[in-house]
Design a protein around this ligand. Structure first.
Ligand code: ACM
Length: 268
């Protein structure tokens, strides 16, 4: 299968414009003979990242799956015969707001995940996620989802891998420099493919400032970097992978990444 990412420079508060940028990137890729069965998009790709407070965030959050962004992603998936994992600002039926990600394909929404490890000023508006780390069949592979800062907690990727994920889709808005390297370890220690899709640019909003580091990456189960995006500009890349490679947890020398675990000793 082919997996790809679309590293964007979102326009704050303009979901329709940000969706158009995604469609343009997919069409541009097609013009040069490239397409992906699964595209990963950044965290909060349709809204931008910094919100002054809960009220401002609420004005841009959407119900899932019936809001305009997820509805549009499903239409694009139908038209382009593809699937997406994308970060979306969610307004839940009970009024809580979440920094969420969806998996969608041409049949509709396949998974919803709400960011477990809410980062920094996201706490001004987002409730901590209350759903399990999902692993779903998408584009013929078993795909797990985590969002950005979840990388800093190895349990997130481990939970997805133990749940059977072959690919970890990782929508991100990275501000710390360490994640691209850390994801090599996350892929290697779990024997999975990882697709981190970051954004670029800066936001200066309501007394908050963030600069995003780009450097989206696709990494193989052996820790090999298969795609390495630039730090400073929108970029899109596609890699052909065999997801079944992630089912092999055997290591050279007769060890096994999962069977040799010692959960009986894994406590403080
Ligand atoms: C982050 O979790 N967006 C840094």
């Amino acid at each position: 299968m082919h997996v790809g990412y679309i590293q964007t420079l979102p326009s704050w508060g303009l979901p329709a414009e940000n969706l158009t940028a995604v469609v343009d990137a997919i069409r541009q890729a097609r013009r040069i003979g490239t397409s992906a069965d699964l595209w990963v998009l950044p965290e909060l790709f349709s809204t931008g990242y910094l919100f002054a407070d809960r009220d401002e965030a609420a004005s841009l959050c959407e119900p899932i799956p019936d809001g305009p962004t997820v509805t549009a992603l499903i239409s694009i998936a139908m038209r382009e015969r593809t699937a997406f994992v994308a970060g979306v600002a969610e307004r839940a039926p009970d009024g809580r707001l979440f920094n969420s990600a969806v998996a969608v394909d041409s049949t509709g929404i396949i998974a919803l995940y709400r960011k477990a490890h809410v980062f920094g000023n996201e706490r001004r508006w987002a409730s901590p996620g209350d759903l399990p780390f999902p692993v779903v069949t998408l584009a013929g592979a078993r795909v797990g989802i985590m969002i950005c800062f979840d990388w800093r907690f190895p349990e997130a990727a481990r939970t997805l891998a133990l749940g059977g994920a072959q690919i970890i889709a990782h929508p991100s808005n990275l501000v710390l420099p360490n994640c691209p390297d850390a994801m090599v370890t996350r892929a290697l220690e779990n024997g999975v493919f990882t697709v981190t899709c970051d954004r670029v640019g800066s936001e200066d909003h309501a007394g908050q400032q963030a600069t995003f580091i780009g450097r989206s990456r696709i990494i193989g189960p052996d820790g090999k970097i298969l795609s390495d995006g630039p730090a400073d500009r929108p970029f899109c890349d596609v890699v052909e992978i065999d997801p079944a490679r992630a089912d092999i947890k055997r290591l050279a020398g007769g060890n096994d990444l999962f069977l040799d675990r010692r959960p009986d000793l894994y406590r403080p």
